[in-house]
Design a protein around this ligand. Structure first.
Ligand code: GLN
Length: 508
């Protein structure tokens, strides 16, 4: 049998179920891999070695006693460090939470554990999920396993790098404006952002509450379906989670049923997303993907997302309504959500001498937050302040509606939208750290899905000339994750592009 860490989550689960591999062997293999590669990649903030091995032993016992096993039995998984676990720390890669122990598990963590998964550790991220490169972590930069001088994307860079480098069977990330899909694209793995409300946000540390969603990062589309099936569903502790039955995502991939299965799928190509500012290799990958889908018998149609396109002014400055709208709404929500870190309610408190409560707040926050988080709190506070609210925040909400309307009309004409995940490939560490706006443009193709609440997936489609992963993004209408996953799976099957494996793993 092939090496344990080369198996997909589904293959490993089946191997554990038949007894071919034990949960303990699987966990040990991943812990060994983490020991040898994590110092180079910095994907994990914490690893739960003892606890993971104990859990694995319990699952092996359960199996030998002939008890019913959960659908993720024995799978070693990684969790982004903004998702609460009652064990270990939940830091959000921020100094302000560097000693924070959550008293409870997030709903997704409860569900994973109930399905008999094993939690290996918590992964690195941009502080409070603000960023596109994982360079904004207080605990060091995660490196891209394909080229350690480059970023893994962000903000779920730790989770994506861990999946790509075979440091877990699969991982969980969060996506507010692309933070699952963009790092998945940069690391050559699959990243799925579900429909807003599909997965409970209870226990996800809030960034932009109307945009945040938890989702899986995996080696392939089948694994994404497997994990989504476990974490999706209504939760009375999250009033924005939607009470709708959870489809059998995995079964649907092999045997689509219902309305969608009968008709020929229509793939929409977004007119505004074929821009000169996009890396030619990204555009080329998109063209090839169109070829794959049309060969597979799908109908290709052109659609327009007029308010999500990119504009370049006479001075060469790139702009986009979607980016402007997102960075007002996300920062406004963040400024409110992050007000709770005051040195009293949660986490760190300044050790400097203070004279009053205001000084306690300001010194704690000045010490505890990094530059990007401070920038966003200031932007968001400004956008919400009296006198500016109508001009910025309210205006952004109106533009959000227009963006949603564009998607609604696009989905009249097609079932799935095909577009790039990011305008470029994994970029060198440090390249955009001095220019926040350049960094923000990294999300130009992903934020639309968050503003509209629709699901999106990024899948790897090959390698560039410089041996970096290339990806495409697929978007579907709300609650149509089945069609999204089905289309992703169809691409994997018909393109012949297998799971990508970085050189550093081949050498290991
Ligand atoms: N890069 C975007 C931001 O910085 C998206 C982050 C995310 O999805 N969490 O806000």
């Amino acid at each position: 049998m092939s090496k344990i860490i080369e198996l997909s989550a589904l293959e490993l689960r089946d191997a554990i179920a038949t007894g071919e591999v034990s949960a303990t062997e699987a966990t040990r293999s991943y812990l060994d891999a983490i020991e040898s590669l994590n110092p180079k990649i910095c994907a994990y903030n914490q690893v739960f070695t003892e606890e993971a091995l104990q859990r694995a032993e319990q699952i092996d016992k359960k199996r030998s006693a002939g008890e019913q096993l959960g659908s993720l039995a024995g799978l070693p998984l990684a969790i982004k460090d903004n998702i609460c676990t009652s064990f270990g720390l939940t830091t959000c890669s921020s100094r302000i939470l560097d000693n924070f122990r959550s008293p409870y598990d997030a709903t997704v963590v409860e569900k994973l554990i109930e399905a008999d998964a094993i939690i290996l550790g918590k992964t690195n991220m941009d502080e409070f999920a603000m960023g596109s490169s994982t360079e904004n972590s207080a605990f060091g930069i995660t490196r891209n396993p394909w080229d350690t001088s480059r970023v893994p994307g962000g903000s779920s860079g730790g989770s994506a790098a861990a999946v790509a480098a075979r440091l877990c069977a699969a991982a969980i990330g969060s996506d507010t404006g692309g933070s699952i899909r963009q790092p998945a694209a940069f690391c050559g793995v699959v990243g799925l952002k579900p429909t807003y409300g599909r997965v409970s946000r209870y226990g996800l540390v809030a960034y932009g509450s109307s945009l945040d969603q938890i989702g899986p990062i995996t080696r392939d589309a089948k694994d994404a379906a497997l994990l989504l099936g476990v974490i999706a569903g209504h939760d009375k502790r999250d009033s924005t989670s939607v009470d709708r039955p959870v489809p059998e995502y995995l079964a649907y991939l092999d045997k689509p049923t219902g309305e969608g299965a009968k008709r020929k799928l229509r793939i929409g190509i977004v007119k505004e997303f074929q821009h000169d500012s996009i890396d030619p290799e990204v555009l080329d990958a998109l063209k090839k993907a169109i070829g794959v889908f049309s060969k597979a018998g799908m109908e290709i149609v052109e659609v327009s997302l007029a308010h999500s396109g990119i504009d370049i002014d006479s001075a060469g400055r790139i702009s986009s309504y979607a980016i402007a709208c997102y960075y007002l709404i996300a920062t406004a929500e963040a400024s409110s959500n992050l007000a709770r870190y005051d040195g009293v309610h949660y986490g760190r408190r300044t050790s400097q001498k203070v004279n009053d409560i205001i000084e306690l707040y300001s010194k704690t926050r000045a010490e505890g937050f990094g530059d990007e988080v401070k920038r966003r709190i200031m932007l968001g506070t400004y956008a919400l302040s009296a006198g500016y609210y109508d001009a910025y925040y309210l205006k952004a909400l109106k533009v959000r509606r227009l963006i949603k309307n564009d998607f609604d009309s696009a989905f009249q004409k097609c079932d799935v939208l095909l577009c790039p995940t990011a305008p470029e490939l994994a970029f060198p560490i440090g390249q955009k750290t001095d220019d926040p706006v350049k960094m923000y443009l990294s999300d130009v193709f992903t934020i639309g899905a968050n503003l509209a609440g629709i699901p999106g997936i990024s899948i790897p489609v090959g390698l560039s000339k410089s041996n970096l992963p290339l990806a495409i993004q697929l978007l579907a209408n709300v609650f149509d994750e089945q069609t999204l996953l089905y289309t992703a799976r169809l691409f994997e099957q018909t393109s012949g592009i297998g799971r990508l494996k970085p050189e550093m793993i081949k050498d290991a």
